[in-house]
Design a protein around this ligand. Sequence first.
Ligand SMILES: Cc1cc2nc3c(=O)[nH]c(=O)nc-3n(C[C@H](O)[C@H](O)[C@H](O)COP(=O)(O)OP(=O)(O)OC[C@H]3O[C@@H](n4cnc5c(N)ncnc54)[C@H](O)[C@@H]3O)c2cc1C
Length: 430
Amino acid sequence: MPDDVPLTELPPSLWAATAPPPPDTTALEGETRADLCVVGAGFTGLSAALHAAEGGASVVVLEAGAIGWGASGRNNGQVIPNLSRMDPDEIARRFGEKGEAFVELIRDSAALVFDLIRQHGIAAEAVQNGWLQPAHRPSRMKLAESRVRQWGSRGAPVELLDRDAMARLAGSEHWHGGWMNRTGGRINPLGLARGLAAAAMRAGARVFTHSPAVALVREGGTWGVRTPRGRIIADRVILATNAYSDELWPGLRREMIPVASYQMATVPLSDNVRRTILPEGHALSDTRGDLHFFRFDANGRLVTGGALVIGRNWRERIVARIGARVARVYPQLGVPRFDHVWWGHVGITVDRAPHVHELAPGVTTWIGCNGRGVALGVAIGRELARQALGTPWEHLPMLREPLKPIPAYGFARALAPLAVLERRWRDRRD
Ligand SMILES: Cc1cc2nc3c(=O)[nH]c(=O)nc-3n(C[C@H](O)[C@H](O)[C@H](O)COP(=O)(O)OP(=O)(O)OC[C@H]3O[C@@H](n4cnc5c(N)ncnc54)[C@H](O)[C@@H]3O)c2cc1C
């Protein structure tokens, strides 16, 4: 795994170079009281803060780095209303009495993101014209059909696409057809994080950056959250730290494996080439385990990326690997020049499902986006805010589960990068 930038710096990325500036924030100094303390200023924490503040709670957000410092500022910005591995029938089984309600939350999650962007006037390069999942082998059309059937029967606006239709929308003959969900799309993720922070602050939330929560202790009926130079006393706490969780809550970090996902953006493409690739501006991620994914930004850069087994010389190696991939998928472009290359942690759980916890009375969290956390983070953040405002768990669409750290965590984490090899092997089989 490459070394990360210090919390004092903004991780370099296309989004850091192009997103509108963040709202003014400072580090927490001294002691303050709040109904709700949110730890982590990514999509989950900022959505929770916005919805809780709109619901009348006094809210403080503590972020160790800057707004969007974690995965929310570094991702591919594909707004995808599904999970990466689990389909609705399996989600319904896995989450028991909450199964169908959780499926509905996921189904509506992309629409929620775009609605919030419109409602709060967030400058996030939002384009909501559908998310494509092309089949990388003819046999994967069965998967596409099954996904269309399962999501369609639950009211999602999905559509099966034959080979010609996919080739037209993707701008490539590389795939064998696939499917589309019309509520999905793409955003500038750091723009969304900063815009959500500004909206939460307008609703009354106080956001403190460069303020890591270093201790969380029960103090009578409240929680004390300590930072290097301050302290929050709150009735409730939402830990929105996800794949960037530290040791603040023992065991939480060990429930998922953080896996590096590498991202890159080409130089802006000429109009004539650009018109031939994803000509209607869709976001696309295919059926491979070693995912092929593409989208444009607002300036005509193709934004893509991939996985590596080892992090050594990652920049040169990912540029070579993905450059060759782009040329294979989009021969009209050839090997492009990339002028932004970056990476971030994706949190992977053993069962590939997101896990929601009430860690102690008044302390909630979720962990394990498994690569689909833009829409899901915003949606679960809203639900954790409802819980903090007093909605009983019986009325929420998520199953509360006990924390289950992965056994032999060090070993599992050391071996995790090898899973890329297994995924590549599976991708070549029917
Ligand atoms: C490279 C990459 C590409 C991805 N692409 C996509 C995509 O295209 N579509 C999709 O749906 N999902 C994607 N994801 C996943 C998605 O980005 C995440 O699931 C989502 O951003 C998680 O948001 P979050 O708010 O839960 O966590 P984060 O955004 O990770 O926020 C957690 C925050 O908590 C802070 N923190 C941690 N500990 C403390 C502490 N003790 N005190 C204070 N603050 C603390 C961190 O600094 C961090 O800012 C991608 C992820 C990565 C890394």
